[in-house]
Design a protein around this ligand. Structure first.
Ligand code: ASP
Length: 327
């Protein structure tokens, strides 16, 4: 009888706490929200997050502050959110790395498909293959010849294993069947500083970080990974035109919350995301940066969940073939 009472008591407590989480969520949000970027400030994920967070905060009526938790290719920031209180006040904006790290890491501190609630897709950004300004190669063929001839000394910057820049660098090296020296950073913001300073040779990064530099001629650009050329970088050939169609890739971004975040909060966040993606200021900035907002229908939990599952399956064999893992 004592045991039965204890079980009933525990069940009642659990029901009560679910009820109160959901009751609390009705007035959500009542205070400031934190959105974690799993890379350094000043990089492409940070840029996208700050733009979207500012617009979402207007719809939500509460400030969204951005917290940069860089390191280990985005997995440290993802772990921070997986372990946060599931109350809607800690969110994660992450990209394709959420899918690739599920295969790249033999051990992750969270279970990718079960540790999060999904808010929705944000944008899909192409990558651009770049080199320091004084790189002698003037086209992709020249860069490949240079890389093959100097394999032991050519350095490729990335934001750690699991970052989009890591994936793109891996696609480049696999396509040209040459492995180069990789240099990991906590984000491609600081990596770009080193590329501009000539401390690293090559980087493949999102247009949200590279468009301005390419337009200003401060880096050499060889190709864009989208199927079509971009309006803002008309002279830049696609990877297909330049001869490496294997490098075609789009870097999608999504917003997540810790597993167990009340549905009321998720619904409000998805709606605020949809409003932000229709915000003319956000749309105009995205165009300048060589990207565009996700369609409203994709700024939903269902669309992000389907994308993540599909992308884990898509990249698993590619990563396995490249034989690259992290512990
Ligand atoms: N998006 C970059 C990457 O994955 C990292 C960053 O945003 O700083 O390489």
């Amino acid at each position: 009888m004592k045991i039965l009472n204890a079980v009933l008591g525990a069940t009642a407590l659990a029901a009560l706490s679910l009820f109160s989480a959901s009751a609390n969520a009705q007035g959500y949000p009542e205070r400031q929200i934190t959105m974690v970027v799993p890379f350094s400030a000043g990089g492409p994920t940070d840029t996208v997050t700050r733009l979207v967070a500012e617009s979402m905060s207007k719809d939500l009526g509460q400030q969204i502050i951005v917290e940069n938790v860089g390191g280990a290719g985005g997995t440290l920031g993802a772990a921070r959110v997986a372990n946060a209180e599931p109350d809607g006040y800690t969110l994660l904006l992450h990209h394709i790395g959420m899918a690739t790290s599920a295969t790249l890491y033999r051990k992750l501190p969270y279970d990718t498909l079960n540790a999060f609630e999904y808010v929705g897709l944000v944008t899909e950004v192409p990558m651009t293959l770049l080199a320091r300004k004084d790189m002698e190669a003037t086209d992709l063929k020249g860069l490949i010849d240079y890389a093959k001839a100097n394999q032991d000394k050519v350095t490729v910057a990335n934001a750690g294993i699991g970052a989009a820049s890591h994936l793109c660098g891996m696609l480049f090296m696999s396509a040209i069947e040459t492995s180069l020296v990789t240099v990991p950073y906590k984000g491609t913001g600081p990596a770009m500083t080193d590329l501009l300073g000539g401390q690293v040779d090559i980087m493949c990064d999102q247009t949200t970080n590279t468009t301005k530099q390419i337009q200003a001629g401060t880096v050499k650009a060889y190709a864009v990974t989208s199927p079509e050329r971009l309006d803002v970088l008309k002279d830049l050939p696609t990877v297909k035109e330049a001869g490496l169609p294997q490098m075609e890739v789009g870097i999608w971004h999504g917003i997540y919350a810790p597993k167990g975040t009340p549905k009321e909060a998720i619904d409000k966040l998805s709606k605020a995301l949809q409003v932000a993606l229709k915000d003319p200021n956000v749309a105009a900035r995205f165009v300048e940066l060589g990207t565009k907002p996700s369609p409203e229908a994709d700024a939903t939990p269902e669309a992000l969940k389907a994308k993540l599952e599909g992308e884990i399956a898509r990249w698993k064999p590619v990563i396995e073939a490249a034989g690259q893992y992290a512990d």
